[in-house]
Design a protein around this ligand. Structure first.
Ligand code: HEC
Length: 133
């Protein structure tokens, strides 16, 4: 009788391990999906804080080819691209026809969520609607 109980416990442990590992690979699949399409909820006040901390250096007045926050035409051109593309450009850096957008907009401790919020904040200020693709 005792042997059966031990056997059941061993079986239970083995199952827990299998399920545990299964869960992990599921997480990874979710992560790669996240990279493809942003699943964040916009937080404009965080976006304003991030803007004031980093993006302001170039995007306030349009330094070095950056779109000024008041330049609606430039932001309309930017907003024509899907948000997932813009987020990747802000995250990894991007060289376009106007100049060089540095990796993470120089905010090295910013998360993707922070950049996402800052992009929405700038579009909101410029009066354009983001393309949430
Ligand atoms: C050192 C200057 C600089 C800073 C700081 C900066 N940017 Fe930029 N950014 C640029 C320039 C220049 C471009 C234009 C690139 C082009 O289209 O040629 C740009 C373009 C962009 C674009 C449009 C990308 C595209 O695909 O058209 C986004 C979005 C953006 N910046 C977000 C941010 C955010 C968010 C921050 C702050 C976290 C930030 N930037 C900080 C210089 C800067």
């Amino acid at each position: 009788m005792k042997k059966v109980v031990v056997l059941l416990m061993v079986l239970g442990l083995a199952m827990a391990l299998v399920i545990g590992c299964g869960g992990k690979s599921g997480d990874n699949a979710e992560k790669s999906q996240e990279a493809a399409k942003p699943q964040f909820t916009v937080n404009l006040s965080n976006g304003e804080a991030v803007f004031n901390k980093a993006c302001i250096a170039c995007h306030q007045t349009g330094v070095a080819g950056a779109a000024a926050i008041t330049d609606k035409a430039r932001w309309e051109e930017i907003a024509a691209k899907p948000m997932s593309t813009l987020l990747e450009h802000a995250w990894k850096g991007y060289t376009g026809k106007y100049g060089v957008m540095p990796e993470k907009g120089t905010c090295m401790d910013c998360s993707k969520q922070d950049l996402y919020d800052a992009i929405h904040y700038m579009m909101n200020k410029a009066g354009v609607t983001p393309n949430e693709g």
